[in-house]
Ligand binder design. Structure first.
Ligand SMILES: Nc1ncnc2c1ncn2[C@@H]1O[C@H](COP(=O)(O)OP(=O)(O)OP(=O)(O)O)[C@@H](O)[C@H]1O
Length: 418
């Protein structure tokens, strides 16, 4: 469904995307993960035809995004990080407008109803967009992306700036959409990617450094295949049983405790020098000996540990001829280039703590449509309780051509917090 071959995007001497290749099958939900400035948005912008690649090819549904852009774009629904909304329009007028702009061939009334129902915005269709909460605006953006039933949905940080409830709702929506669409979403919220995606692609400094399920990536990286087992019973006997699992098995005692009735309980670290998975044999042996197993833990890396280890390894061994990060810059700030960008935005940051995002980066240009985020838009038009809202003017916001192709991405994210 999506086929990317040796993609490169160069800005001056810097490769924002550096020779990445991957393919995504129908029905997969794939998460692009990476620190700020890793190249996630650039890759998405190339896939959606918003910018061109310096080298390499990107095909959507078999159509090359540069050579057959109209056909390729018909396969794509795109939700940029800042949804391309016309704030002064009602939800309904906006979706009707996008329906026409996208030249959707489906029966209009039914299709709009279907999309609005899916995104949970039936009840706000007559509301003016600028009076909606951020979560609802995101839903409207998603509805726009779904118009025409595209096979591929590309969602750039779909939950940024939402409160915890809204995050849960949007994630649920994305998961349900995954049943009918191929989805690529970018995020630097590890738990989000883990919760929503079947597969992750980790980018760092423009390079693809890992591709697979979180578990498979963790397994590849993990050098330690040991288990921690908490077992009730005589320590000497338990050790004999554990050592009996094979000549490759090493056992160390890590801690002692007693239960309420005074029975001895020890924690053991059990390691196979041949990196065997000992869990089943260990369980069976303890059952045979009637030794209660109270806890069994593997030392598998968490996604967060995997991420940090990969980024660390990549920085420890930079590729020959790597471009300096202080290369040519655009008008936006280059916070994304600073070493500090390797920090992770964790779930706690997503849970409403988006202060750094609002701060913006030096030189960061805000599009006109973003003023409502600062509260200015709210002041201009409070929701009309009587339901007498009307659209006050024709769209004069984002470039309609970009919006039509779902490519209203802006460079305003560069000041984002870690
Ligand atoms: N138009 C441009 N001109 C110059 N450099 C750019 C331009 N667009 C992106 N870059 C640089 O390319 C790199 C990758 O940026 P990109 O926005 O793709 O990263 P990202 O992974 O999406 O980051 P974030 O998580 O912060 O959104 C960054 O160093 C960025 O500064």
């Amino acid at each position: 469904m999506v086929e990317v071959q040796h993609l490169v995007k160069r800005y001056g001497v810097k490769n924002a995307v550096d020779d990445i290749s991957f393919s995504i099958d129908s029905g997969e939900i794939v998460g692009f993960l990476g620190p700020n400035g890793a190249g996630k948005s650039t890759t998405m912008n190339i896939l959606t035809g918003y910018i061109s690649a310096t080298q390499g090819t990107a095909k959507i549904g078999g159509f090359d995004i540069l050579e057959e852009p109209m056909e390729a774009k018909k396969c794509i629904g795109y939700l940029p990080e800042q949804p391309p909304l016309y704030l002064d329009m009602t939800v309904d007028a906006y979706l009707q407008f996008m329906f026409e702009l996208k030249k959707v061939k489906l029966p209009r009334k039914e299709h709009l109803h279907e999309v609005c129902a899916l995104c949970g915005i039936e009840g706000v269709r007559q509301r003016i967009i600028k009076n909606l909460s951020k979560g609802y605006r995101q839903r409207v953006g998603l509805a726009q992306a779904l118009l025409g039933n595209p096979q591929v949905l590309i969602l750039d940080e779909p939950t940024v700036g939402l409160d915890p409830n809204q995050i849960i709702e949007i994630r649920g929506l994305i998961q349900s959409l995954g049943k009918r669409h191929t989805i690529i979403l970018s995020s630097h919220i590890l738990s989000e990617v883990q919760a929503v995606c079947d597969r992750i692609i980790i980018l760092s400094d423009g390079r693809l450094i890992a591709d697979g399920t979180p578990e498979s990536i963790a397994a590849t990286l993990s050098t330690d295949h040991s288990l921690t087992a908490r077992i009730e019973g005589d320590c000497e006997r338990v050790q004999r049983v554990l050592r009996g699992l094979g000549s490759d098995v090493q056992v160390t005692v890590e801690g002692r405790r007693e239960n309420e009735s005074g029975a001895e309980i020890y924690d053991y670290r059990v390691t196979s020098t041949e990196r065997r998975d000992l869990r089943r044999d260990l369980f069976a042996a303890l059952c045979r000996e009637q030794m209660p197993l109270l806890l069994l833990k593997t030392s598998e890396l968490t996604l967060e540990e995997v991420f940090l280890q990969l980024i660390e390894e990549q920085h420890a061994a930079p590729a020959a001829g790597e471009a300096p990060t202080s290369g040519v810059k655009d008008s936006g700030s280059q916070m994304g280039d600073a070493p500090a960008e390797d920090g992770l935005k964790k779930e706690t940051a997503a849970n409403g703590d988006q202060a750094g995002e609002a701060a913006g980066g030096e030189g960061t240009a805000r599009p006109s449509g973003s003023e409502a985020d600062t509260g200015a838009g709210e002041a201009q038009g409070a929701p009309d309780e009587n339901g007498t809202e009307t659209a006050v003017k024709a769209p004069d916001g984002p470039d309609t051509r970009k919006a039509a192709t779902g490519s209203g991405a802006t460079r305003e994210r560069e000041g984002q917090s870690l």
